[in-house]
Design a protein around this ligand. Structure first.
Ligand SMILES: Cc1cc2nc3c(=O)[nH]c(=O)nc-3n(C[C@H](O)[C@H](O)[C@H](O)COP(=O)(O)O)c2cc1C
Length: 178
């Protein structure tokens, strides 16, 4: 039997009908039985990062996010690209982790998704730089840029592109078997 695995999913979008969030929900739905898949709701609750308030007694919201990360065996981040970078809420969340170190050696998969043909490649590039700085472990094959995402997911969040479904299954399998 496969060992139990806890995956924390982080969407870089707060938008209710976000494609990035739909992708993660889809992955959670097809996760194997031994996998506990949690989509965090902490990003919108975090205060703006400021080193002056990053003290021993962290804010409850910050502590809650750090605890989720600490207890996860692996992390999946799915994000849109905003103005050729990653959304501020995602960068803010990662800035809170620089001093506390929960990403060190954490197996982390990275997905960027955009309605444009570029697939959010600049967001991917920027996110990988930040994750490198906080020493996350990106396993081989655990990155995926999704171009024209709006053609591949319907309103209900169903993925109607077989090759995307396969790619997402593979990403999850790489992370779970790390
Ligand atoms: C402020 C803003 C900036 C954006 N900048 C980019 C961009 O640089 N590159 C890109 O591919 N899409 C860009 N987009 C389009 C987003 O990729 C698109 O709105 C996407 O659906 C957002 O992701 P979500 O569906 O997960 O919320 C931008 C959208 C907004 C609202």
């Amino acid at each position: 039997m496969n060992k139990p695995t806890k995956i924390l999913a982080i969407s870089g979008s707060l938008r209710e009908n976000s494609f990035s969030t739909k992708i993660l929900k889809h992955m959670g739905n097809f996760a194997p039985e031994n996998v506990t898949f949690t989509l965090t709701d902490k990003l919108e609750k975090l205060p703006h990062f400021n080193p002056d308030i990053d003290q021993d007694q962290a804010y409850a919201e910050v502590e809650a996010f750090r605890t989720e990360l600490k207890s996860a065996d692996g992390v999946i981040i799915s994000t849109p690209e905003y103005a050729k970078g990653i959304p501020g809420v995602l960068k803010n969340a990662l800035d809170w982790i620089v001093s506390s170190g929960e990403f060190i050696d954490k197996p982390t998969a990275v997905i960027s998704a955009s309605p444009m043909t570029t697939g959010g490649e600049e967001a991917m590039r920027s996110l990988l730089l930040t994750l490198g700085m906080i020493n996350a472990h990106i396993p081989d094959g655990a990155t995926l840029g999704i171009p024209q995402v709006s053609l591949k997911i319907d309103k209900e969040g169903n993925i109607n592109d077989p090759s995307l479904k396969k790619d997402l299954e593979q990403i999850l399998s790489i992370l779970v078997n790390k």
